[in-house]
Design a binder for this molecule. Structure first.
Ligand SMILES: [Zn+2]
Ligand SMILES: [Zn+2]
Length: 270
């Protein structure tokens, strides 16, 4: 006799996800950030919209740092940080500045199982990264260490990558990169220390190595903070044969100091 599988958390989760999907279809669409009704799924309401600081031109041509005015751009439209310490990756773009407003959307996606936010975020990211995606061969999410993946059950960057891949019609390889070692929080570390701590923590999965040769990769993450993780991923991808690596994030910390972190890690192939 078959035993009921009501205790299987994965099935319960799947059931809850499906139920939420059905409810979403039946209920009027809600704002991405609050409970206010909106015209279409995935929009911000009139109250929330002004709180969200979208990144638009002018911005650094390389790392996407928003400028207050066009005069802030240095040589070739670059920010001071990119002129002094060019990042390992080619270009980076993001939808929003990372602040209280974008955190209110991104933290629930990361920690509270609000995976239904991913398709709407993917739409916004596909728009912000249009230039990058136009030339892309592959989308690769920033990997989570498997222990974190087990605890959280999903990688938010992989969810976003899948959504963007569908919209931009670019293949996604969710497990192309692997965290081979867990890393401590990088919060308090300087740029050089971050790079040192991250060196050797990320690797190309051997079975995907052949897919990488000569490909233009767009690395997908939820938040671009210091750029150290994106740099380490880019270093590994370029070392693995990728022709170019750009970065697309939902939000980025608007760094203003050149020593704040978007610096080149050691032995870069640039
Ligand atoms: Zn709202
Ligand atoms: Zn820059």
């Amino acid at each position: 006799m078959a035993t009921p599988r009501s205790a299987d958390p994965w099935l319960l989760r799947l059931g809850a996800g499906l139920a939420r999907g059905v409810i979403d279809l039946l209920l009027p669409p809600r704002c991405l950030a609050c409970e206010n009704p909106v015209e279409r799924q995935g929009l911000l309401c009139a109250e929330c919209f002004p709180r969200h600081r979208f990144i638009t031109a002018p911005m650094c041509a390389r790392c996407g740092l928003p400028f207050a005015h066009p005069g802030e751009a240095g040589r070739e439209g670059l920010c001071e940080s990119c002129l002094i310490h060019p990042p390992v990756f080619g270009r980076a773009r993001a939808v929003w500045r990372y602040d209280a407003a974008s955190r209110d959307i991104l933290l629930p996606l990361k920690h509270a199982d609000r995976t239904e936010l991913a398709p709407a975020l993917a739409r916004l990211m596909a728009a912000a990264g249009r230039e990058l995606l136009a030339g892309a061969d592959l989308l690769v999410p920033v990997p989570l260490h498997y222990r974190r993946l087990v605890a959280r059950r999903y990688n938010q960057a992989a969810l976003l990558a899948r959504g963007i891949g569908r919209i931009a019609r670019v293949p996604v390889v969710p497990d192309l990169l692997r965290r081979v070692r867990a890393t401590p929080s990088l919060g308090e570390l300087g740029a050089a220390e971050r790079a040192a701590v991250l060196a050797g923590t990320i690797a190309v999965a051997p079975r995907h190595r052949a897919r990488l040769a000569g490909r233009r990769v767009v690395l997908i993450d939820d938040v671009l903070t210091s750029g150290a993780t994106a740099n380490e991923c880019a270093r590994v991808l370029l070392g693995g044969g990728a022709a170019a690596v750009d970065v697309l994030a939902a939000a980025r910390v608007p760094l203003s100091r050149p020593d704040a972190g978007l610096t080149r890690t050691r032995s870069t192939p640039m």
